[in-house]
Design a protein around this ligand. Structure first.
Ligand code: ARG
Length: 479
């Protein structure tokens, strides 16, 4: 449409609700409908119905105990809430954008079921403390679910680590072959990362477990409420100390999203390694059929899609953290409607991370390890050069810097002969350092190399096996 067409366009409103001809014409629906569409959160916050009902029950019981509402009304409310729970669970509950959010839906339905007594439930409460409570309860459940998923991943890592405590593979720095390590040691490295992720979740849970309910709109209430009672009923450790903070902050969600982002980065790195290992160029692992896909055109292919998607989920998970940080950063005290945008990124992170962790748990448990390929690669690139240098220091008493130089010359020799260190003759090595004896060959093999790394936290198979076993005991003892 040209500007001229626009100018000559009929300016009369098409419907009553399309009254704003200045900007309403752009939209099929009028301003009221646009307001409703931007305002409604029911499409996503209905996920919190269990938490909303729990908060309302705790509030109602407290109001009765404090004599703020009568027992008859209170019991009618509780019965009505039970009925609503059944209706939602059975898919019989009716949703409408006009009722905005889950809080108003439940309250409106309560009115339909029990009549005017329903109006007493919102005494000494606002949607501001209500939503803060619901969302905390939801995030607390999400933390528990994420934690359980991580525990299963740890179990898989420790199991594979024990099985492959002595399986030698190349360890890399700069993705250049550095020193031999064991596959079990590599798995246990991830074990440590995901264990710290669990402890970050536990920290976050402990810090957030305070009850916003009773903060009311922002300033507290003149009714004689008992905030400790609702805190106890909802499993919170204590009430939030400041009513304004209680309704205004979402740092508990930010902490959860931060912890999830770090986990997603760990997941992504593990996924990247599996993609790399499964490449025919590397061939360290074979992917389980159940977690790979074929190509529609290249029949020989088996693609690591599950690992690739787990890697990619980190993008949206980190994005969700950014989303909420940016939503929150300019908000004055206390509640602003901006904060309604806290839920979708948080829900999405919980779902996306659950999938990514589950996919990687399956991968770790089911990849077939190609021990021969790993061992052959472990010896490439003069990976035992450090062992040679250490032997020269230990046995010949040479300072490390000098041993480093001797080893460098021997590596150059092997390079010019296009062979490995262990393929050089003793006589060859003695031209560089006369003191070298044939005992040197014992440390040049990759298995000897890993066995000698017995320092605390090192890759020696006995240490790896012990760490993997201790991890499994730990997992079965604790939550
Ligand atoms: N749906 C709203 C949210 O998610 C509930 C709180 C509404 N409070 C208000 N003062 N309008 O944030």
């Amino acid at each position: 449409m040209t500007a001229k067409d626009q100018n000559t366009k009929d300016q009369t409103p098409k419907t009553d609700s399309d009254a704003n001809s200045l900007w309403g014409g752009r939209f099929a629906a009028g301003p009221a409908a646009i307001m409703e569409a931007i305002n409604a959160s029911i499409d996503f916050d209905r996920l919190m119905y269990t938490q909303d009902l729990a908060g309302s029950r705790a509030h109602c019981n407290m109001l009765m105990a404090q004599g703020i509402i009568g027992n008859d009304d209170g019991h009618a409310i509780l019965t009505g809430l039970d009925q609503i729970e059944g209706e939602i669970r059975d898919g019989k509950f009716e949703y409408s954008a006009a009722l905005e959010d889950i809080h108003m839906h439940i309250e409106a339905r309560l009115h339909e079921i029990i009549g005017p007594a329903a109006g007493r439930l919102h005494t000494a409460r606002s949607r501001n403390d209500q939503v803060a409570t619901d969302f905390r309860l939801w995030v607390r459940d999400a933390i528990d679910n994420t934690d359980a998923a991580l525990k299963a991943l740890l179990q898989a890592l420790a199991t594979r680590a024990e099985e492959h405590a002595a399986t030698v593979m190349p360890g890399f720095t700069h993705l250049q072959t550095a020193q031999p390590v064991t596959f079990g040691h590599h798995m246990m490295a991830y074990y440590q990362m995901f264990s710290r992720d669990r402890s970050r979740l536990a920290d976050c849970r402990a810090r957030m477990n305070e009850n916003p309910l009773g903060a009311a709109a922002l300033a507290g209430t003149s009714f004689p409420i008992d905030r400790q009672a609702t805190a106890t009923a909802l499993g919170f450790d204590r009430p939030c100390a400041n009513s304004m903070d209680a309704v205004a902050d979402r740092d508990f969600a930010l902490e959860y999203l931060s912890a999830c982002s770090i986990t997603a980065v760990h997941i992504s790195r593990l996924a990247e390694e599996i993609v790399l290992w499964a490449s025919p160029l590397v061939n360290f692992v074979a992917l389980p059929d159940s977690l790979s896909t074929g190509s529609s055109i290249m029949p020989q292919k088996k693609n690591p899609d599950a690992a690739e998607l787990a890697r990619a989920k980190s993008g949206r998970i980190i994005g969700n953290l950014n989303t909420l940080l940016i939503v929150m950063k300019g908000l004055p005290m206390t509640y602003s409607k901006d904060m309604q945008e806290d839920k979708e990124p948080t829900f999405d992170t919980a779902d996306s991370l659950a999938l990514a962790i589950a996919a990687m748990t399956g991968m770790v448990a089911e990849i077939k390890v190609n021990e021969a390929a790993m061992e052959a690669a472990a010896g490439q690139g003069f990976s035992t050069a450090t062992d040679l240098a250490d032997w020269v220091v230990r046995v010949l008493g040479v300072p490390f810097r000098r041993a480093h130089d001797i080893t460098g010359q021997i590596v150059r020799m092997a390079e010019s002969k296009n062979c490995g260190l262990e393929d050089l003759s003793l006589a060859d090595m003695q031209t560089v350092e006369a003191g070298i004896t044939d005992e040197i060959f014992a440390v040049l093999g990759v298995n000897n190399s890993v066995s000698s790394r017995t320092s605390f936290g090192g890759t020696a198979p006995d240490l790896v096996r012990a760490a993997a076993q201790a991890a499994q005991t730990d997992l079965s003892d604790k939550r």
